[in-house]
Design a protein around this ligand. Structure first.
Ligand code: EPU
Length: 315
C-alpha cells in the first residue's frame, strides 16, 4: 500500500503524470482487470530509474506492463507501481543494414509494417499479435508456423538492452536471455530495447506472407471479442494414444467438448478452444474458474495438465 506521503513523492518524481487507481481493463486486450494502485509512464530512462529506486526504498512492488496482450489482471488489481514504457523515447525504431533496433514500447504491428516496407524478412510471424516489443521479448511471443523457420522472438533477437533493478544497464546476447517456449529468463529486468537480425526479402513477398498468416488467423481464431490470445501453452510430448506427439491445447480442449463452456461472461471460444473470450464485463474470477474447469476436464480426458501461457497478475 502506498502511503499518502509515498503518493506525493511519486507525483513529484513523475511530474504529476502518475495516475492512481487506474483501471487496468483499459490496458489489457482482455478488457479485464482491477486498478493499478499507481500507473506511471516515465518520460525517459532517468525518470524510470528514479521510479524504480523510489519503489525499492518505499518497499512497494513494481510491475512492468507492455501491450497487455497476454495478461489476466486479477479483479483486486495490482498493488504498488505499474510502469508502462509508452513514452516517445521508448518507441524508437531504427535500421542498420539488415538489423533493426526496437524500443520496448513499439507495437508489434509497427515492426511488421516497417520491416515489410524496408524489405527485411523474418518478422512476419508477429502478424496480428496485439503486443509490444518488451512483452514480446519477455514472453518469447510467436506462432506455430512462421516464414522460413522464423516462428518466435528467439529466432530474430540478437541483443537485448535491459535495466537491472539495481539501476545498471546491460546488453545481453540472445544466449543470455534464456529464451524458452513462450518465456525468457528476463522477468526481473526491465527490457528497454532489442536488436533483431533479419534477412533481405522483397517487400511484395513479405506482404504476401503477412496476408496469408492474417487470413489463417481470421479463419481459425476468435478475433471478434476481447481475449488474451491463447490461454494455455501447447503441451510438449504427451500420452501416446493422442494422434500428434505435440497435440495443441486447442485440439485437446475441443476434443474434451468444452467449446462454448461459460462462467459468467467468460466463454471458451466456439471458434478456437484455446481462446477464452470476454462477452462483456467478464471478471478475472470468471476466467480463472473457467481455466480450472478446463484444466480439470483435459486432465481427466487426456491425462495432460495444461500450463498457462497467459500471465496472471499479481502472480
Ligand atoms: N484445433 C482444433 N480445435 C480448436 C483449435 C485448434 O481441433 O478449437 C486444431 C487445429 O485444427 C489444428 C491444431 O489444433 O490442427 C493447431 O491449431 P492452430 O493452427 O490454431 O495452432 P495452435 O497451436 O492452437 C498456435 C499458437 C498461436 C498462433 C497459432 C498460429 C500457441 C499456444 N498458440 O496455436 O498463438 O497464433 O499457432 O500460428 O503456441 C498465442 O500464443 O496467443 C497464439 C494465439
Amino acid at each position: 500500500m502506498l502511503t499518502t506521503l509515498a503518493r506525493q513523492e511519486l507525483s513529484g518524481i513523475s511530474g504529476g503524470r502518475v495516475r492512481f487507481d487506474e483501471p487496468l481493463r483499459l490496458h489489457t486486450s482482455f478488457r479485464i482487470g482491477g486498478p493499478a494502485e499507481a500507473w506511471v509512464e516515465p518520460q525517459d530512462i532517468e525518470e524510470l530509474n528514479t521510479v524504480l529506486s523510489f519503489a525499492q526504498a518505499a518497499d512497494v512492488p513494481v510491475t512492468m506492463i507492455g501491450g497487455g496482450a497476454n495478461l489476466l489482471v486479477r479483479d483486486a488489481g495490482i498493488p504498488g507501481v505499474v510502469v508502462s514504457l509508452s513514452a516517445l523515447v521508448f518507441r524508437r525504431l531504427t535500421r542498420d543494414g539488415t538489423a533493426v533496433t526496437v524500443g520496448a514500447g513499439v507495437g508489434l504491428d509497427r515492426i511488421v509494417a516497417m520491416t515489410r516496407d524496408a524489405g527485411l524478412g523474418g518478422c512476419e510471424f508477429l502478424t496480428g499479435i496485439p503486443g509490444k516489443l518488451g512483452g514480446a521479448v519477455c514472453m518469447n511471443a510467436g506462432t506455430r508456423d512462421g516464414e522460413g523457420g522464423f516462428r518466435a522472438m528467439s529466432d530474430v533477437v540478437t541483443w537485448v538492452t535491459v535495466l537491472r533493478r539495481t539501476g545498471a544497464m546491460s546488453v545481453l546476447s540472445a544466449a543470455d536471455v534464456g529464451f524458452q517456449y513462450r518465456c525468457s529468463g528476463l522477468n526481473g529486468d526491465v527490457i528497454l530495447e532489442a536488436t533483431l537480425q533479419l534477412i533481405p526479402r522483397p517487400s511484395e513477398e513479405i506482404a504476401r506472407n503477412i496476408a496469408a498468416l492474417m487470413a489463417y488467423k481470421r479463419a481459425t481464431q476468435d478475433l471478434s471479442a476481447p481475449s488474451a490470445g491463447c490461454i494455455f501453452k501447447n503441451p510438449r510430448g504427451g500420452p501416446t494414444h493422442l494422434p500428434d506427439e505435440h497435440p495443441s491445447a486447442g485440439w485437446l480442449i475441443d476434443r474434451a467438448g468444452l467449446k462454448g463452456l461459460r462462467v459468467g461472461n467468460a466463454m471458451v471460444s466456439p471458434r478456437h478452444a484455446n481462446f477464452i473470450v470476454n462477452l462483456g464485463s467478464a471478471k478475472a474470477s470468471d476466467v480463472l474458474a473457467l481455466i480450472s474447469a478446463i484444466q480439470y476436464k483435459v486432465l481427466q480426458e487426456h491425462g495432460l495438465f495444461l500450463d498457462l501461457e497467459v500471465q496472471v497478475l499479481p502472480a
